[in-house]
Design a binder for this molecule. Sequence first.
Ligand code: UDX
Ligand code: UDX
Length: 439
Amino acid sequence: MDLSIIGSGYVGLVSGACFADVGHHVVCVDNNPQKIEALQAGHIPIYEPGLEEVIQRNVAAGRLRFTNSTEDGVDHSEVVFIAVPTPPQADGSVDLSYIERVARDIAAVLKPGQYRVVVDKSTVPVKTGDKVAETIKRYGQKGAEFDVVSNPEFLREGCAVSDLMKPDRIVVGSKSDRALALMQKLYQPFMAPILVTDINSAELIKHAANSFLALKISYINAVSAICEASGADVEKVADGIGMDKRIGRNFLNAGLGYGGSCFPKDIAAFIAISEQLGVPFTLLKEVQRINQSQRERFLKAMRDTLWILRDKKIAVWGLTFKGDTDDIRSSVSIDLIAELIKEGAHVTAYDPKGMDNVRNFKLIPEAKLVDSALEAAQGAEALVIATEWHEFAQVDLSHLKEAMASPMVFDGRNLLNPETMNHLGFHYRSIGRPGAGKG
Ligand code: UDX
Ligand code: UDX
């Protein structure tokens, strides 16, 4: 099938590449000329494991190309995806101006008699599909034929390619049989269950799913605080409850809390949507509060041990919002570093993939960024592990101890083994595990 994706970011680019990989012909559209030039020249603007090979393979096969022109994309596709950002506003509600702009751009180039399915893949508040349809109708030419469909994306950064190629389910919200038939044909090669719903339910599924996952993380984080107070081990507790199939072990990893471009904004959006609808979802406010308190408890533990942070040399491993990505949006690590710097600490940090973005966006300019985990730890009085990069678990711990001025490790992602760390003579503190209080 021929399809186009408007917005070639983390979601749009990976989706486009994977659709091409199963044999469709895909045009990726973006309004950022530098991004399109880079993609046309074979440079991939984001780090996502496996993505580069998929893009190269499909560009070479003539199934994937890149353009700045919405008209080019819409002309050459039966199905047009929208994957532009839906950022939060100050009150937590969603800024839908990019979606509206794209709907108008599509309307401007839709030709009469040229049926198109317009699919919203961006995360949007319930009822946005109706607005998109109204907008295309209002600004489009007479006789333009289209249907609007909601098809939320559930990919996780860091494993987006495999999430897309092997989805648990595909959700399609549509009120048109014609559009639905095309969507089923499009997704047929993925051999995944397709859940067909109305548009409102599909839109709601995305917010409800992300909020539930965030709730699961806050739940185990609240349990981790109780473990610290009682001497229990949160990992064992997570294993014990996670072995119950009704609960499941995934997303029960205690740590510094969730960050990223989705959970913080989607939970805030779902709260705002529920309030607008007159049915406030107060449980989610508690999810947010627990998420925030997790990093505050961690900082307090650092202060309890190091006392005054001013002029202390602190190493931080990890800048991205999770491992295996270069994405630093709403990264807990960056917030934590900003707080350490505010209190006068000297921070040296390392991240395998996130440092270019930190430099480009001029975040935490006071922090010194270095080229390896051990270099960051050199002469440090304390080390903070802020992101769950696999690389950090591989560092030679005796070299780490030699490098540090005092061997004190605050592990915000429970990446290292407490027994090993204590045995090697580190002062080791992690989240919700025995020994956490020793500092
Ligand atoms: C996506 C979704 O679309 C968002 O709703 C979801 O909640 C998170 O994931 P993401 O792919 O992460 O967003 O955003 P980003 O990586 O910023 O990519 C968006 C792309 O759209 C950028 O390349 C930007 O240049 C492009 N864009 C933006 C357009 O092409 N047109 C616009 O009008 C605005
Ligand atoms: C999330 C959803 O998982 C995905 O379905 C949706 O499409 C977009 O939002 P993403 O934000 O890319 O994906 O990453 P995810 O793996 O969900 O992690 C989000 C945050 O939660 C990270 O900061 C991660 O460190 C944290 N996390 C995750 C935990 O603290 N504990 C866990 O057990 C899992």
